[in-house]
Design a protein around this ligand. Structure first.
Ligand code: CA
Length: 256
């Protein structure tokens, strides 16, 4: 187990946002680059945000007006969006409404210089998840962004491995959109391997997590189940092998 896996998830509400710079780093929470769209017409603010967020490891796109913002938001897959309230073209509220009409569920944080309670209510009613009053501290915005991303990643019920998709709610597995029938034990085994993608899963790890038993003598049952899984995931033998054997140790899954 690496240090990052031991990082506890410390939940906090908006009232007790951490003042420290990094409770979570993007790497240890989500293991992938998160994309953020900023729609803000004040160059000073957008540059400051873009630089700050890129330094934190985010990939950032930017639009200076509402229409361009909607165009980007509807043609790209952002993990989070930051909309200013007062924008040329479309206001932040209109933008948010239009964005939600596209069935987009990514979190939206809006920035407002106005602090009338009514404005905040409008923003949240338009589908925003949180708001920041200008002027704001970058660290506070960062903490709010992380809360939103963490909440969202916690809701994720589909695990992916290459072209395999596992839905944890419905317990259905698909490869290239074709359904694969797994037994509950095969399902648990695949889930454990995918959750630990790119990491070596030893036979002991697997037996303890998937079979929930501790024994160090015979773990050959794992090899039997891995064979079942491999056959089911690749019935014609033409698909890529995504479960790899680490001789004498265990198994590792990789997307390619
Ligand atoms: Ca503005």
């Amino acid at each position: 187990m690496t240090d990052t896996e031991k990082m506890p998830y410390i939940p906090f509400t908006n009232d007790e946002l951490p003042k420290v710079e990094s409770v979570f780093t993007i790497d240890n929470v989500l293991n992938e680059v998160m994309r953020i769209l900023i729609v803000e017409d004040e160059k000073g603010i957008s540059n400051f945000l873009k630089d700050g967020l890129e330094e934190e490891g985010f990939a950032v796109d930017f639009a200076g007006d509402g229409r361009k913002g909607l165009e980007l938001a509807s043609s790209n897959d952002y993990d989070l969006l930051i909309f200013d309230w007062m924008l040329p073209g479309l206001s932040g509220i209109e933008l948010c409404r239009e964005f939600r009409k596209l069935n987009q569920t990514s979190p939206v944080i809006f920035l407002t210089a106005r602090d009338a309670v009514q404005d905040v209510v409008f923003g949240l009613e338009a589908g925003a998840n949180d708001y920041m009053k200008k002027p704001f501290e970058f660290d506070e915005l960062l903490a709010r962004i992380r809360v939103q991303l963490k909440t969202r990643s916690g809701e994720q019920t589909v695990l992916k491995l290459g072209d395999i998709e596992m839905n944890l709610d419905t317990h259905r597995v698909f490869r290239n959109s074709k359904e694969i029938e797994l037994t509950p034990k095969e399902f648990s085994l695949l889930e454990y391997l995918i959750r630990n993608k790119e990491k070596v899963c030893t036979r002991t790890n697997i037996i303890e997590h998937v079979w929930d038993i501790h024994f160090d003598s015979d773990t050959s049952i794992i090899d039997v189940y891995i064979n079942f899984l491999r056959k089911k995931l690749n019935p014609g033998g033409k698909e890529k092998e995504l479960i790899h054997t680490i001789r004498g140790v265990g198994y590792i899954t990789r997307d390619k």
